[in-house]
Unconditional design. Structure first.
Length: 429
């Protein structure tokens, strides 16, 4: 293998952008399904005649349903490739959105809304775990982190769209929820189309990374369980992004009880997401060349803490609206870039474990932390639905991530017996 590497001609294909677009749209659709009702939770609860917590359970259901097929999704990514995984994820999500839209024609519509949510959520890991693998297989050394960033952050761009769209469609009228379900279905089926035109692997790899051999899936999982730096990154990305997911999920719950409107809630979510996306893209382009991933990852959590403190103080009083909006943007700027940076560092320190496995395990940690964060946040809900105590819980989580980031080493070291066992593992497979 080493002899061939020196004479190998690496090549970048235009088709890589179609692959990136397909993965982007798949994750975009997942986010659209997940956060459909985040900015209009009170109106949705009125429409279906249930409590706001019951509507929040749709998001909880989405996170829980991530797990049953997570292992299968990682296996498909590593053994079969990106295209089969994306096709499964994208078109089952379309089916779930269709069930949500058709729910209005059934006797118990909320049950069918839950059914559509489960249908889409079960295949969520097939697309959510794809960015790291797609970036490694299709993109060159100086564009891999940027590609990973764009594909990963599409999940939040999907949330941003529905946070903006939902209040504009519903307009405080619970009867417009059916129109919202129809609009999300149309968007999801249109964005599913690029997956039909993607290729699985390029004829010639784009870099040496794409040529590196990986060890068998379950061997890799066991290896990662002993990798201290990977476990540290797992905690950092899991807590920070799990917290951010629930911050978006409860965006209306956190401000409406204090006098802000559902439109305010949607705007806050959009500002947080777009400031985070811009921050992530700029940082990704810089880090593709400077490679200062670890130093950056030590700074970002402290920015998030600053934003979380400002958001808590601003949410409690309508006269602090400007502070609330600015703080929402700061949260996005500090929290968003953590995901692609941690995915890239995780893939690096996990070698020779496959990118799909390391990235998928990180995404799994995010879902676990999101579930815990949501359950604790609801338990901290005060009289009148106020979420002040939950916002303090968010600040605590941000502070914990900042503390953990201080222990990131300059260079991750592989387990001492990796070279001895690698060839044996490959032969055993």
């Amino acid at each position: 293998m080493e002899e061939n590497l020196s004479s190998e001609t690496f090549k970048l294909y235009p088709q890589r952008f179609i692959v990136a677009l397909a993965v982007f749209c798949g994750n975009f659709n997942n986010a659209l399904m997940w956060s459909t009702y985040a900015a209009v939770t009170p109106s949705t609860a009125q429409h279906y005649g249930v409590s706001e917590w019951k509507i929040n359970q749709l998001m909880l259901c989405f996170d829980i349903c991530f797990f049953p097929f997570c292992g299968l999704a990682l296996w498909v990514l590593d053994m079969k490739g990106v295209k089969p995984a994306v096709l499964v994820g994208v078109w089952f999500t379309v089916a779930g959105a269709l069930l949500r839209f058709l729910s209005q024609y059934f006797g118990d519509p909320l049950t069918w809304v839950f059914a559509g949510t489960v249908f889409g959520a079960l295949v969520n890991p097939f697309t959510l775990d794809s960015p790291t693998k797609a970036a490694a297989v299709w993109f060159g050394e100086t564009e891999r982190l940027t590609a990973n960033t764009v594909m990963s952050l599409s999940t939040f761009l999907g949330s941003a769209l529905v946070l903006f769209l939902a209040p504009a469609i519903v307009k405080g009228n619970p009867d417009n929820i059916n129109t919202l379900n129809w609009a999300t279905f149309v968007i999801i089926i249109v964005l599913a189309l690029p997956s039909l035109f993607m290729q699985n692997t390029p004829p010639i790899p784009p870099s040496k990374v794409a040529l590196e051999e990986s060890i068998p899936f379950w061997k890799g999982v066991r290896l990662l369980a002993t990798n201290s730096q990977f476990l540290l990154l797992l905690g950092i990305v899991g807590i920070s992004m799990g917290m951010f997911e629930i911050f978006i999920a409860l965006i209306s719950d956190s401000v409406v009880p204090y006098g802000y409107s559902e439109s305010d809630a949607g705007s806050l979510g959009v500002i947080s997401i777009f400031s985070g996306i811009i921050s992530s893209l700029l940082i990704a382009r810089v880090l593709d060349y400077t490679k200062s991933h670890r130093s950056t990852l030590k700074i970002l959590p402290f920015i998030t803490v600053l934003g979380a403190c400002g958001y808590f103080y601003g949410a409690l009083d309508l006269d602090r609206r400007v502070l609330l909006y600015v703080s929402s943007g700061i949260i996005g700027m500090g929290c968003f870039p953590i995901l692609p940076i941690a995915l890239e560092l995780g893939a690096e320190c996990a070698k020779p474990v496959a990118e799909g496995t390391s990235g998928g395990i990180m995404e799994t940690s995010i879902q676990i932390c999101a579930i815990v964060t949501l359950l604790v946040s609801n338990a901290l809900r005060q009289e009148g639905g106020k979420m002040g105590n939950a916002l303090i819980w968010f600040i605590s989580l941000c502070s914990l991530v900042a503390f953990l980031s201080l222990f990131i080493r300059r260079k991750a070291n592989p387990p001492p017996d990796i070279d001895d066992n690698l060839e044996e593992w490959r032969q055993a497979s």
